[in-house]
Structure formats: structure tokens, C-alpha cells
Design a protein around this ligand. Structure first.
Ligand SMILES: *Cc1c(COP(=O)(O)O)cnc(C)c1O
Length: 369
């Protein structure tokens, strides 16, 4: 079906998304926030959000206001938290849409409260505490005064408090334990001042998988929802399934004579007579222009030869004598018992699985099943 309609496409298995959310829910007393930033890590935000909510997720988390608005426009009325700051000029819009905001300075709080008053609504605020990531957040000792500022501000309500781990996916647990201790101290001080909000959260997928004591009221799951491992040393438990496959097809298959240069720069030359095929996927789709790429054709791993072009690449098909134009090419996913995971592609590209799926181009259609 899809190959008849698209040059390259992503298939997202929504049953896998539901399965992964259910597994995570079973393993925790906490509620689940499905983290859907960057178009749900390339999987498509709205269909993934619906699947995650069906499977019991209570919250959606995004990085940008526009991502939150996309979910609202699709009719999703669940709680949504923007994990990063919302530009001051758009706070009114965010509050009007009932979107929860991350705050970490008194100025932020005042601006959000003013937006709440102007919108005739309450700005719901989550106080971000920096316990060691050193990226975004207020210092732990400033958290209680900021919470008091929120409590005193008409038009705002302290709905949540959270932190984010820098090394939860690593073997060395010391830094995460330290961050957790800092967070627990802040929480104690908030309790003492009767300031503790309804939603306390800290864990990403890695911490959710390895540290029950970091679950609190809500776990913020990104990669685990997609069935991707947090890291090589922090793997998901058995049962999680990758949801994304990335496919293309062969458009031309030929025998080339020896010493024929292939693709730009003739970086590859045929050594003997070789069978080659062209697939309609290139670096503009997110298939990186670097040596060493592989794909599946006819259930076998075949090398990409020569340079990856913007919209196409060439495969060496000597191992697949039966390959024909129209045949499916798998860049990520399974075919006839063989499979390539996003983690394997990430290894070849010197990056992480997150960047591989986020990097699949916006022009690549997402197909849901
Ligand atoms: C992206 C993100 C997450 C999800 O992280 P995963 O490692 O994908 O589970 C959680 N919290 C914050 C603040 C994030 O930015």
C-alpha cells in the first residue's frame, strides 16, 4: 500500500506505543506524562498522543508552545505541560488554552500571573528546580521563595514542581543520587511551608526504568514510549517494542560493469560486475550523507555505496539477486526476520537514537497502523 504511494515513509505502530505506555504504567504508582516534543521524536505528535492517552497516560509534555497548541487544535483536552519557557508575548494564548507552564524566575511568574488575570483564568505553573543539570531551572535554595511568590500572585497557581536528571542513563549512579537528594530537600522545605503542589515529578525514561524512588506523582517518558533504549547501558526491560519503521523502495535495479563510478564524486567504484539498486531516500529525508550506511532488501543487510544524495542513494545488491524495482527497502525496522534498530543507525552515525528518529525529515510521510 504505502510503497505504491510514497517514495520513502515512516510506519508507526500505535499498538506498540500503547503497549509501551501500559508496561510503564504497570511498573509504577505514578501517573505517566508522554513526552511528545519534536513531533513525538519524529513519530507524529497527535496520533502518538491519542495512543498514549488511550493506554492511560495522564499528561502530555512538549518543549514548545506551538507543539502544545497542535495537540489542542487536534481536540486533545488533557493536561499539557510545556517543559521549556513560553515567550512572554504568547503567555496569554498559552493560559487561555489551559496549557501548563514551566517557570524558574520571579519575572516569569509575574508575567504568567498577569496573563492569567488578563485571560480571566489561572496560569498553572510548574516550578523547575535545577538540581544539577545546569540547563534550566531555579537554584534549590530559591525554590521556596519562588513558590511563595506564586502563591501570593493573583492569576497564578502552583500546579507542579520538577527537576531533570543529567546522567540517569549512565552506569555511574552517584550524580543522579545527588540530584535526587537535592530535590528531596527542596520537597521537604516545600512541605514544611505547606507549598507542596499536586504534581511532583523528576524521572525521564531512564530514571523511571531504574529508580522507583524518583517516580513521585508523575514520570515523564519520552524514549520509552517509542520503545527505544535510553542508552546502551540503560536498556528498557523486555516487552517494550520499537514503534517506528522507516522504509523506501527500489526504483531501478541494474548490473553495472567493473570500474563504474557510483553517485557524486564516484566515491565508490564497482570492483567487478555488480548488481546495484537505487532507493528513493536521501539526506534531505534525514538519511545521513556519510559512509557505512546499511539497509535491508529481501531480508538481507545490504551496503549503501557511493555518496548518499539529497533524495536518493544506491545499494549494492549482489546478495539479493532476486531484488526487483518496487521492492521494499528498510532503513529502520524489520524485514523477513532481519532488523535494524534506530540504536544501530545511531552507532554508525556517532549519535544517539533520539537524534536519528527526530532527524527524519518533515517531508517523509508518517503512516499509522
Ligand atoms: C525530553 C525530556 C524528557 C523525556 O526524556 P526521555 O529520556 O526521552 O525519557 C523528560 N523531561 C524533560 C524535561 C525533557 O526535556
Amino acid at each position: 500500500m504505502s510503497e505504491a504511494q510514497h517514495e520513502t515513509w515512516v510506519e508507526v505502530d500505535l499498538a506498540a506505543i500503547e503497549n509501551n505506555v501500559r508496561l510503564a504504567a504497570r511498573g509504577s504508582q505514578a501517573r505517566i506524562m508522554a513526552v511528545l516534543k519534536a513531533n513525538a521524536y519524529g513519530h507524529g505528535a497527535v496520533p502518538v498522543a491519542r495512543a498514549a492517552l488511550r493506554a492511560g497516560a495522564a499528561w502530555c509534555g512538549v518543549a514548545r508552545l506551538d507543539e502544545a497548541l497542535e495537540l489542542r487544535r487536534a481536540g486533545l483536552d488533557c493536561p499539557i505541560l510545556v517543559l521549556g519557557p513560553v515567550p512572554a508575548g504568547r503567555l496569554h494564548q498559552a493560559v487561555s488554552e489551559g496549557i501548563s507552564l514551566t517557570v524558574f524566575t520571579p519575572d516569569h511568574v509575574q508575567a504568567a500571573a498577569a496573563a492569567g488575570r488578563a485571560a480571566g483564568a489561572e496560569a498553572r505553573l510548574h516550578l523547575k528546580v535545577d538540581t544539577g543539570m545546569a540547563r534550566l531551572g531555579i537554584d534549590p535554595q530559591e525554590a521556596v521563595p519562588l513558590a511563595q511568590t506564586i502563591q501570593a500572585a493573583a492569576g497564578a497557581r502552583l500546579e507542579g514542581m520538577f527537576t531533570h536528571f543529567a546522567q540517569a542513563d549512565e552506569e555511574e549512579s552517584g550524580p543522579t543520587v545527588l540530584q535526587l537528594r537535592q530535590f528531596a530537600e527542596v520537597l521537604q522545605a516545600m512541605d514544611a511551608g505547606a507549598l507542596r503542589p499536586e504534581w511532583v515529578h523528576a524521572a525521564n525514561s531512564a530514571a523511571a526504568a531504574t529508580r522507583p524512588e524518583a517516580h513521585f506523582d508523575l514520570v515523564r517518558l519520552g524514549v520509552a514510549v517509542y520503545g527505544l533504549h535510553p542508552s546502551a547501558v540503560c536498556k528498557l526491560p523486555d516487552g517494550y517494542r520499537p514503534a517506528l519503521s522507516w522504509k523506501s523502495r527500489l526504483v531501478q535495479v541494474r548490473r553495472l560493469p567493473p570500474d563504474r563510478g557510483i553517485s557524486y564524486g564516484h566515491a565508490y567504484r564497482t570492483q567487478s560486475e555488480e548488481r546495484v539498486g537505487t532507493a528513493l531516500v536521501g539526506y534531505a529525508d534525514g538519511f545521513r550523507r556519510q559512509p557505512g550506511n546499511l539497509a535491508l532488501v529481501g531480508g538481507r543487510r545490504v551496503p549503501v555505496i557511493g555518496r548518499v544524495c539529497m533524495d536518493m542513494c544506491v545499494l549494492q545488491l549482489d546478495q539479493v539477486p532476486e531484488a526487483r524495482p518496487g521492492d521494499e527497502v528498510v532503513l529502520i525496522g524489520s524485514q523477513a526476520g532481519e532488523s535494524i534498530r534506530a540504536e544501530e543507525v545511531a552507532g554508525r552515525w556517532g549519535t544517539i537514537n533520539y537524534e536519528v528518529t527526530c532527524g527524519i525529515g518533515a517531508r517523509v510521510p508518517r503512516v499509522y497502523g
